[in-house]
Design a protein around this ligand. Sequence first.
Ligand SMILES: CNc1nc2c(CC[C@H]3O[C@@H](OC)[C@H](OC)[C@@H]3O)c3nc(N)[nH]c(=O)c3cc2[nH]1
Ligand SMILES: [Zn+2]
Length: 370
Amino acid sequence: MGFFHFDLLKKSSKSKARLGVINTPRGKIHTPAFMPVGTQATVKTMTPDEVARLGAEIILSNTYHLYLRPGMGIIRQAEGLHKFMNWQRPILTDSGGFQVFSLSSLRQITDEGVHFRSHLDGSKHFIGPEQSMEIQAALGSDIAMAFDECSPFPCSYEDALAGLERTTSWAERCLKAPHAPGQVVFGIVQGSVYPELRARSAREITGLDFPGYAIGGLSVGEPKSIMYELLEYTTPLLPENKPRYLMGVGSADCLWEGVAHGIDMFDCVLPTRVARNGTAFTWQGKVVVRNAKYAEDFSPLEPDCDCYTCKHYSRAYLRHLFNAGEILGPRLLTIHNLHFTLSVMERIRRSIKDGCFEEEKNAFLDQYSI
Ligand SMILES: CNc1nc2c(CC[C@H]3O[C@@H](OC)[C@H](OC)[C@@H]3O)c3nc(N)[nH]c(=O)c3cc2[nH]1
Ligand SMILES: [Zn+2]
């Protein structure tokens, strides 16, 4: 079965960027890593084989969504998420904390956990640390996230403090709950935009000695400058020899900046979500394929991109597919955007290895017009 451990291979001299490998029973994850989001047990429009061939070494799925649909009974009968969705590499499952606050209505937060109504049919539910860990054990993910309270932005000091205290107490209860064989739990640091609360949460969560740590409560609507300030402050409070995961981040520029601040793992719905709406990410910035200027543009999305989409199709064809509402359109753009995002991570890893991360970061940001 193997066991979970993080090898820190190299640190950048002029920034906090690090190169590492996370070893899990289901395979290695070369860090810094981007994790495609597969919220409902699928990376939308992609087969698992396509996601693997694009180079993804780990994907995300979600406790809240899968608990509500198809439900734990079916996941248990399927003998877990890997078999159910035919993805044999590592899976990280988010604990549902964020979704209960962002998706469900009529929720009531208590020290026990959260009462909420399903966003699907309004039915009443309760999820606390134990329920979240029971669901993640049934899913059988390789990395389970602790059940936390993600503070919104903005958030008062009092509310951020209350959320932080619940998050710490829930983290302790998650560690005590049963896990699937080989499954590890990552703790999540909260504290909103208040440095002293970030420091307190980091101290309390790292005091519980998790095998990895996430920085939560960011990318929730705050300006990027505030996110980077909080990263600058919080990341050094986390142990150097454990993976650091910045939840919900991000676009390519945020990936370079996050790595510069010492982050090892990222997840973001952007590359796949904007693809379905017809926006492609390229090294020069965005291409909105529906734009009339591409009607007779027979060049590929990105001149020297070696993805399947850029090797075989023109912007004119992609524009046609989206204008005609053809399902192949979102698929081809998802292939390109995942290839692009995973290629950014590959360039980041190589630049750290070659000792030129800062130069490469500045070169990327100079040409990337967001
Ligand atoms: C986007 N910004 C952002 N996402 C965030 C997520 C994941 C959202 C989760 O929702 C799904 O994507 C929509 C994904 O689920 C597979 C992801 O894990 C967070 N999850 C937890 N538990 N705690 C946080 O503090 C938190 C903060 C976030 N900020
Ligand atoms: Zn491409």
